[in-house]
Design a protein. Structure first.
Length: 221
């Protein structure tokens, strides 16, 4: 009788171990950097994204981006970058959280962190910008020197990734295809990206003096 109990207990332990191994394998994310160099002027964001996406086996056509934040120093070197990706599959969404700090004071913080989870609903998915389009627009703006920062010690490039209907403060630009120009005072709809200057990397405040905004025309499909 004791032998039977031991055998049953051993079976449950084995199942638990195999389940844990399966879960870890399913949720393991390789520490793949989005950007391999810190000089943002020399970065090709579109090529970097394609390489990153391919190594993590993320779909090209369905993945969208939100909560993008990239901090540059005065020499246009990358201080840190983080964002979330939402990949759509039948019946579920896979959420990726990415963070990489190049210049954090703590060595513990100077590393790549990527995690993922799955959910059955993501309400804002339909309103988000496709990641492929976002990094293409980011590369276009970089080539046009839109992110050059001479006034502040740090600059935050930030976008919610959401299609928005808002009024913009400060210098206001439009990016239509690959054409960048000064926009009207009010834009009805599109994807807003802002460059916010600050003397400290941990604090950014949006106002007319510190903020430059660009509206990326609506590419919702």
């Amino acid at each position: 009788m004791n032998i039977k109990k031991w055998a049953i207990s051993g079976t449950f332990v084995l199942i638990a171990i195999l389940t844990a191994i399966y879960y870890v394998n399913e949720n393991y994310i390789k520490e793949v950097p989005l950007y391999k160099q810190t000089d943002f002027k020399t970065v090709n964001s579109q090529e970097s994204w394609e390489s990153f996406r391919g190594k993590l086996n993320i779909s090209k056509r369905k993945v969208k981006i939100e909560n993008f934040q990239l901090i540059l120093d005065k020499k246009n070197n990358i201080y840190s970058v983080k964002f979330d990706l939402v990949d759509k599959d039948p019946g579920e969404y896979t959420i990726y959280h990415y963070r990489n700090c190049f210049s954090c004071a703590s060595k513990e913080d100077n590393k790549i962190e990527i995690s993922k989870s799955t959910v059955t609903q993501w309400q804002q998915y339909e309103k988000l910008m496709y990641a492929d389009r976002f990094f293409s627009a980011l590369d276009t703006l970089n080539q046009k020197d839109f992110f050059d920062n001479q006034e502040f010690a740090y600059a935050l490039i930030v976008s919610s990734g959401l299609n928005e209907e808002i009024d913009l403060e400060g210098d206001h630009y439009l990016l239509e295809n690959e054409s960048l120009h000064i926009g009207p005072k009010t834009v009805s709809s599109g994807f807003n990206l802002q460059v916010i200057g600050s003397e400290r990397h941990e604090s950014f405040s949006t106002d007319i003096e510190t903020t430059k905004s660009v509206f990326i025309d609506n590419y919702l499909e």
